[in-house]
Design a protein. Structure first.
Length: 245
């Protein structure tokens, strides 16, 4: 446990020293909040089902943080460590292989939690964000969505080779998901054909799960099935494809 704690502290410090990763996880969602919040405010809108723009957008921004951590931060770090021979050297050390992976997963999850908490606190203070109707349901969907994209990140780290390839593929998956899933812009303002295409993206279903619980709705069975399937399938493949060198 002491080794794991030290690894978590070291890896978290290393994360904060990566300007790009820290920016897109902690700062970029706040930038979108201020940008669209200053334009549209948080007044109820018929287009958004009687809810304010900030109320609808914040659950999506939380899903964006989850996707950023899972598709870019985690796999790129692991691919870089493997490319530089760091993973191989860890195998020769007294530490168990699982310690490094567990530390990376915990640090990535912590960055998602910090980014989401900072976003929600800022939105409450500045735009009077409506808090979740079902707090525990929202937290559960947050955890489920995070686990799903962490497993997807491990899958990318396992099947892809270099850090550049991992970054390119992660970005290629990440940015279309942001703009088509409702994570960056409310889906209600997108054309119907774009919305139908977005139904095929796993991040769309993470957004749907969080929003449903946030606004006090019932569990979305389709979204729950998709997110759980992505988590299980990705974890299964990752355990068989992950390479240490």
């Amino acid at each position: 446990m002491k080794a794991l704690q030290k690894m978590i502290i070291v890896e978290f410090k290393l994360f904060l020293r990566q300007p790009l990763a820290a920016f897109f996880t902690l700062v970029f969602p706040l930038f979108l909040l201020f940008l669209f919040g200053s334009i549209y405010g948080n007044e109820p809108s018929e287009l958004l089902g009687g809810r304010g723009n900030v109320d609808v957008s914040v659950p999506g921004y939380i899903a964006m943080i989850i996707a950023t951590a899972g598709l870019t931060n985690l796999p790129v770090v692991l691919a870089t460590y493997r490319e530089q021979g760091i993973l191989r050297r860890y195998q020769a050390s007294p530490l168990k292989n699982s310690t490094l992976l567990l530390a990376q997963l915990i640090v990535t999850a912590l960055t998602v939690l910090v980014g989401g908490s900072l976003l929600v606190a800022t939105a409450v203070l500045i735009y009077d964000l409506t808090l979740p109707v079902s707090l525990w349901g929202t937290l559960l969907t947050f955890v489920l969505g995070s686990l799903s994209f962490l497993a997807l990140g491990l899958l990318l780290a396992g099947v892809l080779g270099t850090s550049r390839t991992t970054m390119a593929v992660g970005m290629a998956l990440h940015f279309p998901m942001i703009f088509l899933s409702g994570a960056g812009l409310p889906r209600q303002i997108l054309p119907e054909n774009i919305q139908r295409f977005g139904d095929w993206l796993p991040l769309t279903h993470v957004v749907n799960l969080i929003q449903d619980m946030w606004f006090g709705g019932d569990w979305n069975g389709t979204a729950l099935l998709v997110v759980t399937a992505v988590m299980c399938v990705s974890a299964f493949i990752a355990t068989r494809t992950f390479r240490w060198e």
